[in-house]
Design a protein around this ligand. Structure first.
Ligand SMILES: [Zn+2]
Length: 338
């Protein structure tokens, strides 16, 4: 550690839980931030300030004006320049802490690139906005024995839980399968910036403990910043018959549980969800404030220019206006919840 490092991180080193040894662990650490929206941008900035030596920042989206209310690393300049979030985050972090090596990846995290994007790191932080990607992260992390920290926030509510493969329960120990039906998303239910910062901050604290060799919180923590309620449930050890921890089955990693996607027509992508029965009229009511929507019992049509989403009761969707699979998945995750 250089004298400049000792000065920069002096307050963190003074904290007994970290100390000089813990700080050295952070400087040597490699972390992947999966998703750089509200949670991920806070995580990436906080880890850079804490001195984590290497950050791989993965995100498929571009910075939009409606992100700035809660996505801490971004500003109006990023919106004007149409910056990808991963690249905008890397640029911002270079100014926060030039000692951190940042590898931005403008990509949709999928079974085919998960090895490249999540490989070779000591810890993975969940900054995603959908269950499909979280289950992929869980499969990868459990299979490789890499710790990860789950986190999610919508409305005024958030949840966080560290996963140490082999020591704690994993996401599938607790939720063997993703929740069925359409899920509330930040696009349909809104979100307070404060709850995203709180959850991301909790995840970062767990990450720092794990990287320093300290004990993470063995609890699942849920908070609601509007009602002021905080709940914690003890986190068990690995569950014997968990498909991931116990039976070592990794269908998300193999791509078997991924909603297949196909190009469809000139300028459209089809997402064929397997078993996601949707109540189209309920979904229409949720989407109505966001743009023109029409629904009957057979299909729902929702316009978000330049895109047109047609959604069917079995969960299938056709997204017109793009041939980019990543954009199609992103729209599906935002408006239907995946
Ligand atoms: Zn498990």
């Amino acid at each position: 550690m250089t004298p400049s490092d000792r000065d920069r991180y002096s307050r963190q080193i003074l904290f007994a839980g970290v100390g000089e040894q813990g700080q050295q662990c952070l400087l040597d650490a490699r972390v992947a931030v999966a998703g750089c929206g509200a949670l991920g941008s806070f995580q990436a900035g906080a880890l850079a300030r804490a001195g984590v030596g290497f950050l791989r920042i993965i995100d498929r989206d571009y910075v939009e004006l409606s992100n700035l209310q809660r996505q801490w690393l971004f500003d109006e300049c990023d919106v004007e320049q149409g910056m990808p979030k991963a690249a905008a985050a890397a640029r911002k972090i270079a100014g926060i802490n030039s000692g951190v090596r940042v590898e931005p990846a403008v990509a949709d995290l999928t079974p085919s690139n998960v090895e490249d994007l999540l490989g070779g790191v000591d810890l993975i932080l969940d900054g995603t906005d959908n269950f499909e990607t979280r289950y992929l992260i869980n499969d990868f992390a459990v299979e490789r024995g890499v710790p990860w920290v789950y986190g999610a926030a919508v409305g005024s509510y958030g949840i966080a839980m560290p996963v140490i493969p082999g020591k704690t329960s994993c996401l599938r120990c607790i939720y063997p399968d993703p929740p069925p039906g359409a899920q509330p998303t930040c696009e349909t239910a809104g979100v307070l910036g404060s709850v995203t910062a709180l959850i991301a901050s909790w995840q970062v604290s767990e990450a720092i403990k794990i990287l320093c060799g300290a004990q993470p919180t063995r609890k699942m923590t849920t908070v609601d910043v509007w009602t002021g309620d905080i709940r914690q449930v003890a986190q068990p050890g690995p569950v014997a018959d968990c498909p991931a921890c116990g039976r070592r089955e990794f269908p998300y990693l193999a791509g078997e549980r991924r909603a297949p996607v196909s190009l469809c027509g000139q300028n459209a992508v089809q997402i064929h969800e397997r078993t996601r029965p949707l109540e189209l009229r309920d979904l229409a009511a949720r989407l109505a404030p966001l743009g023109p929507v029409r629904a009957n019992e057979f299909a729902l049509r929702f316009e978000v220019p330049p895109y047109l989403l047609t959604i069917f009761p079995d969960g299938r969707a056709i997204i017109k206006g793009t041939t980019d699979v990543g954009i199609a998945r992103s729209l599906y995750a935002r408006y239907i919840g995946a």
